[in-house]
Structures are given as C-alpha cells and as structure tokens.
Design a protein around this ligand. Structure first.
Ligand SMILES: Cc1cc2nc3c(=O)[nH]c(=O)nc-3n(C[C@H](O)[C@H](O)[C@H](O)COP(=O)(O)OP(=O)(O)OC[C@H]3O[C@@H](n4cnc5c(N)ncnc54)[C@H](O)[C@@H]3O)c2cc1C
Length: 461
C-alpha cells in the first residue's frame, strides 16, 4: 500500500490511522501474544461502523490483506499480519445494558471485563471468558466457553442479533429472522463472515457466586479427576468449573513452602444459593484435602478476572485443543503424566465441561462444532521468555500427542495455534460443509481469511 493510498484511507475514516513511523505504531501493531511480531501496513482505530465499512471497502479495492482485531487475544495473532491493513475495533467497546429486557448491546471490540462489569451492576451476566481482558468478539464468534456454559450455554447461544459489515462493505443485521444463514454461521464459525460491530446478548440473573480455586496434591489427582468426571455428568446446572494443572502462585492463600509446586486444581463457580454451593463443593473436599483454597462468595465479575495477573499481555503463547467424550482412567493417567510437568506458573491445562445447557441446543442449530462433546480440553502454554520457546512448545506438543488418542479428533477453534490450520475441518466438525456454503455466499473471495479459515473454494459438497 503506497503513501497515497494511506492518505486516501485517512480521508475515508474518522478514527486514527497509524502507519510505520507514526507515533504509537509499535504499540498499535502488537497483539496479546508477543510471539507474533508482525508489521502491518496500517492500523485503523475504527471509531464507528462507518469506519469499519470504509476499511473493509478499502482493503477490497486495493487488494490489501485485511486483519480484524477485537480483543487481540487470538493465539495465532489473527489480529495482525505483515503488510496487512488492520481494522482495530478496540474503540467499539460500549456496553449498554437494558436490565428490564435483560439484554446487552455490546460493541464488537469490547472485552469481557467491560461487559461483565456493566451487566454485573444489575446482577446480570451471560456466559463469557474467564480472563477479563479477552475480547467479546473473537470469543463469541468461535463459541464461547466459561463458568456459565453449563447453566446458560455457550456465549454464542446467548446471541440475539449481530450487526455485521460484510465483504462487500454492506452493513447487515443477522438474527434468527434476518439473514438466518449468516446468523447460524456467526455462532461458532469465527470471524470468517464479516466484522461484527455490535452484538446483542441475552442476560441472566447472576449476582454473587460462590467459588474459587482449590489446589490438591498430585498424588490425589487421579481421585479428584475421576470424581469430577462422575460428578459433572449429573451436577446441577448452577455448577460451572473445571479441573486444571497449575503451579501455585505466590498468593496469601498458598502455604509459602508450596509456592512454585504443581498441583491438580479445581476452579468452581456456583451460581445458585451459597449454602447449596457449600454442600456441592464439599464433595471435592470429601475426596481429598485441598492443600490450599480460596473459595467463597464473590461477585461473578471478580471470579472472571481472578486469574488475570497470571496471564498479562506480552507472554509467548502456544496452545492445543481437543474435544473429549469421557475422562477414562487411561486418559486421567495420561493427564497426570504430562500435566504434572507444567513448566511455568503462567501455563496451564484446563478441562472445560460443555454439557448441561450447551447440550440443550441441537448440534446443527449453530455452527459450533462438537456440541456432543463432554469436555473441551485446552493445553495452554504461556511463558515470558522467548529463549524458552522450544521447551515450552515441546511440553504442549507432547501433552497433546499423548491425549489425542482419547479425543474426538477436533478441538475448539478458539484454543488452536497457527499450525492447527490443517485441522480446521475437523475442528468445525460436522458443520464444516454448511459453513463453506455460507462462506461462499457472504465472502466468496475470502477477504476475511485471518482466522480459523473456512475456504469457500474447496467446498466438500
Ligand atoms: C488469556 C486468554 C484467556 C482465554 N479464555 C477463554 C475462555 O475463558 N473461554 C473461551 O471460550 N476462550 C478463551 N480464550 C480464547 C479466546 O476465545 C480466543 O483467543 C479469541 O479468539 C479471542 O478473541 P479476541 O477478540 O480477544 O481476539 P482477536 O485476536 O482480536 O480476534 C480473534 C479472531 O476473531 C476475529 N474477530 C474478533 N472480533 C471480531 C469481530 N467483532 N467481528 C469479526 N471478527 C472478529 C478476528 O479477526 C480473529 O480472527 C482465551 C484466550 C486467552 C489468550
């Protein structure tokens, strides 16, 4: 893109256009995963939907590669690329809550912290991510797994409408009744179909929750994981939470002499009455005595930001994902072997249950793949020093290779790494062929390809 075309772009938008050499370029080009070090041709801080449409048209006209950035958390760094034109949506972060209608209108670049906080003021919430800095946009479009999945479904199951700028620069509203094929695809198909400038979500009464992390000895791990696997099949839907492997951080609730050791953790969120939650969580303590715990009543947004400090912007990221039907004794043994070797306090492995309300929705009702799975497993390698890349990536790869035989052959698209693109059809599962049809209808030239990409030109049927 020449200086002249950048000037043309500047004249077309009201938000700032930050190009190489401009003040703030180095900050503007960075995404959350610092393993990505791309130099886009310009970053446009879009001020409104008209800016987004202008950037989309400009990319289409000039042939520039287009990157769309919501919360910038994508592990493959889809929110930037060398030589790309970046539509940065961080300025579209408004959250308007209508407590009587129990809906929220949320800008396409909002983060979960902003959303949870605004809805929480009214004792309302919907399913969102467990780290407050993550973008509502990318997380929702890929599905959206969090503490409330068992109670209220995936984030995308709570989507009522989406305002979308499509590849031809038009602005559409997608819902069950308007462009229903597009609305279907947006709920699990990622950023393949256009730029969502505003989401409307259904909200639920979730005020104070009862929960937090419990840390168990590794020697108790098989019993704790086995108990979780039985418990979660019939657990009340007020229970959301997940088992994990986690190195104990230096926090007041961890005995000083155990800081830095790996543990099996269970992080719980009970969204019903506290006294009922106390009984349910006691079930874990009856299996094994926690070494440390920080369980209690707290506002839902507090739990959804409790682990933010473990994963600050600027770490190196390499993740792998698998959908799983059952945690068999063999699978648990495999997790014990690899999870116990978690190399650094920022890294973790989470086993998110996706049953309950998530299973109420038919597998083909939205684009989200593998709705029949019981768990979404995430091996999340995150570490500070690029010098440690080899060793940390090897931990993730070896762990994934070991659990792959126990998985359904696909993983959650939002937990995938750059080298997972060959697995994209398996990750979208049985919905992939229909996704290709919708992609061909709305983005036949694949303008939106910096994502877990659905290629319209290789339709399987
Ligand atoms: C620390 C951390 C914690 C996480 N926790 C969770 C969790 O609890 N649950 C969960 O389900 N996932 C979680 N994730 C994964 C997360 O869902 C994905 O990384 C997701 O892609 C992040 O969305 P984003 O908008 O922040 O990222 P971005 O990098 O900005 O975008 C990701 C993709 O979505 C597209 N996109 C973003 N916004 C829009 C939009 N408005 N319109 C169109 N396309 C858009 C982008 O083009 C890109 O392809 C976590 C990730 C991290 C790094």
């Amino acid at each position: 893109m020449t200086a002249q075309t950048i000037d043309t772009l500047r004249a077309r938008v009201s938000g700032p256009v930050i190009a190489p050499g401009d003040p703030g370029y180095d900050e503007a080009r960075q995404v959350y995963n610092f393993m990505i070090d791309a130099r886009p041709v310009a970053v446009v801080r879009c001020a409104d939907t008209a800016d987004v449409a202008a950037v989309v048209r400009h990319a289409a006209e000039t042939g520039a590669e287009l990157a769309v950035r919501g919360g910038a958390h994508s592990v493959p760094g889809f929110g930037t690329a060398d030589g790309a034109l970046v539509a940065d949506l961080s300025g579209l972060s408004s959250v308007a809550v209508d407590p009587s209608a129990r809906i929220a209108r949320v800008g396409g670049g909002a983060t979960w912290g902003g959303f949870d906080g605004a809805a929480g003021e009214h004792g309302l919430a919907t399913t969102g991510g467990i780290i407050s800095t993550t973008g509502v946009g990318g997380l929702t479009l890929g599905g959206g797994i969090g503490y409330l999945t068992r109670g209220y479904g995936l984030s995308c199951d709570n989507l009522l409408t989406a305002q979308v700028v499509t590849a031809d620069g038009q602005t559409l509203t997608a819902s069950e009744t308007e462009h229903p094929d597009l609305f279907w695809a947006l709920r699990g198909g990622g950023g393949n179909f256009g730029v969502v400038t505003e989401f409307t979500f259904r909200l639920h009464p979730v005020g104070e929750i009862y929960g937090g992390p419990m840390f168990f000895e590794l020697s108790d791990g098989p019993d704790v994981l086995g108990y979780f696997n039985e418990f979660i099949r019939t657990a009340p839907r007020e229970y959301g939470g997940f088992p994990a492997f986690q190195i104990a951080p230096p926090l007041p609730f961890v005995p000083e002499n155990r800081v830095g050791e790996p543990f099996v953790a269970v992080v719980s969120c009970w969204s019903g009455a506290t006294q009922d939650g106390e009984k349910v969580l006691q079930g874990f303590r009856d299996v094994a005595s926690p070494v440390a715990e920080m369980v209690g009543p707290m506002p839902y947004p507090a739990l959804n930001s409790a682990f933010d400090a473990l994963v600050p912007r600027g770490l190196q990221h390499y993740w792998k994902a698998a959908f799983v039907g059952d945690l068999t004794a063999e699978a648990i043994q495999t997790h014990m072997e690899h999870g116990s070797r978690v190399p650094v306090v920022n890294s973790t492995m989470h086993i998110y249950p996706v049953n309950g309300a998530c299973h109420d929705v038919a597998a083909d009702a939205t684009a989200f793949g593998h709705r029949d799975a019981m768990y979404a497993v995430n091996i999340a390698g995150m570490w500070p020093d690029p010098a440690d890349n080899e060793a940390n990536m090897a931990w993730v790869r070896d762990y994934y290779a070991a659990i792959e035989p126990y998985s359904q052959g696909g993983g959650y698209v939002n937990f995938a790494s750059p080298d997972d693109q060959p697995k994209v059809a398996a990750n979208y599962g049985a919905n992939y062929a229909r996704l290709q049809q919708v992609k061909a209808a709305y983005d036949p030239g694949n303008l939106f390809h910096l994502n877990q990409n659905i290629d319209p030109r290789t339709q399987t049927q």
